[in-house]
Write a protein that binds this ligand. Sequence first.
Ligand code: NDP
Length: 451
Amino acid sequence: MLHEVVNPATEEVVARVERTSADGVDAAIGRARAAFPAWAAVAPGDRARLLRRFAAAVDADLEHLATLEVTNAGHTISNARWEAGNARDVLDYYSGAPERLFGRQIPVADGIDLTFREPLGVVGVIVPWNFPMPIAAWGLAPALAAGNTVVLKPAELTPLTALRLGELALEAGLPADVFQVVTGQGSVVGQRLVDHPDVRKIVFTGSTEVGRSVMVGAAASMTRLTLELGGKSANIVFADADLERAAATAPYAVFDNAGQDCCARSRILVERSVHDRFLSLLEPAVAGVRVGDPRLDDTEMGPLISAAHRDSVAAYVPEGAPVAFRGTTPIGPGFWYPPTVLAPVAAGDRAFVEEIFGPIVIVVPFADEADAVRIANDSPYGLSGSIWTENLGRALRVARGVEAGNLSVNSHSSVRYWTPFGGFKQSGLGRELGPDALDAFTDVKNVFIST
Ligand code: NDP
C-alpha cells in the first residue's frame, strides 16, 4: 500500500511512499539483527571512516536534501539548509566516537577489573515530522558509532529526506542493513519497533502522549529508551534586559518552523513594569516576520504541516480570543496560519497550558523573580527556555530555578550538537547529543580477572 506525501505549501502530492506492514517491519528488524555482529566487529577506525564518508555524502547532497525538505515539510530553504548541515555535522561529530569508546580499569583486590562499552544490538529510531533530518541524525549517528544497527521510522508525513539519508549511507559504503529506513504508520511500524523483543533500544521523539505509550510498550522487553517529548517553554524578560533585542528576537524563538518546534518559546513572561513597552516593541517585530513561499531565500516562516494540524492550531484562537496582534499569510493553497500574539490570557486557558505546536505565543506579566520562576515552572513540561537580563547573578539563579533541560541567557539557542539536549518532567527521559550520548547506546560490561 502507498501513502501520498503532500507539499504543505501547495497542497500538491509530491510522492507516494510505501506503508510497510508489521511483517515488513519484522523482516527489517531480522536483517538488522543479522547485520549486527559484523558491524559491531568493524575496527573502530574503519567504523569512524565510514561515518565520515556518510557525513561527506550528506554534505555533497546538501542542496538536494534541503530542497526535498522544503517540498515535503514546507520548511524555509534557509532552515532546511541548516537542518541538512546539522545532520552532516552530527555524523561528523560522532565519527570521532568509535575510537574513544573507552572502558575503565578499576582497582580491586586479588585481580584486575575491566569495563567494556558494548553495543546494544538493533536500535529503533522513531522521528516526528517537525525536524526530520536533525532528529534522525541525533539518534542514528551515535547509535551507529557505538556499533549498533539502526532501523529508522520517519513520520508518515515527512519520509523523503530519511529515505535519501538511507541511500546516501549505502553510497558512502555502510554495509547493507546496518542502517535501514522503514516508512509507514506510527501505529504499525512504530508500534512494532517498540514491541519487538529483538529491538534493544528505542529513541523516540514526538508527543508526550505517544511517548507515554512507548514507555509502556518498552516495559515488556525492558527495551532501553530515550524520549524527547513536548514543551511549553518560557521566554522570561526582566525589566533590566536589552528590551529592544529581546523583543526583536522573540518572534523567531517561537515562530521559527511555524512554531512546530518542541523548544518554541511559546510563553513570553515579561516583568510587569516593562510589559506594555515590551508589547509595543514586539508588535512591529511580529508584523515583520516574512511568511510565504518557503523556496525563497528571504522567507522566514512557511506553512503548517497539514490541514488537520492547522485546524488543531486554529482551535486555540476561537471567536473572541484575546488576539493582541498578528502577522500575515499568503492567500491561496497551502496550510497557512499567521504568527499570532495572545494577551492577556487567563492562567487556566488552553493556550496558556497546552503545547500548541504552531505560531501562537502568549504574553504574561510577572511581578518579580520568584513569580517568574513560579509561572515558568507551572507546566508539566520542562524542555527549554530563555532568560533576558543584564544581571548575571539573577540569570544564574533563575536558570537554576527553572525546571527545564536547556536554558539560554540573552539568547534563544536550544540545540548544539556538542552539548546535551533533553527534557525535565514530562518533556522526556535521557539526553541526546553532546559528548556522553554514546552512554545511551551501550551497556557497560564489567569483567574481573583473578590474578
Ligand atoms: P507523534 O507523537 O504523533 O509522532 C512521533 C512519531 O511517533 C511519528 O513517527 C509517529 O508516526 C510515531 N508514532 C505514532 N504512534 C506511535 C506508536 N503507537 N508507537 C510508536 N510510534 C508511534 O508526534 P508528532 O509527529 O505529532 O510530533 C510533534 C510532537 O513531537 C510535539 O508534541 C513535539 O513537542 C514533539 N517533539 C519533541 C522534540 C524533542 O526533542 N523533545 C522534538 C520534536 C518534536 P506517524 O506520524 O507516521 O504516525
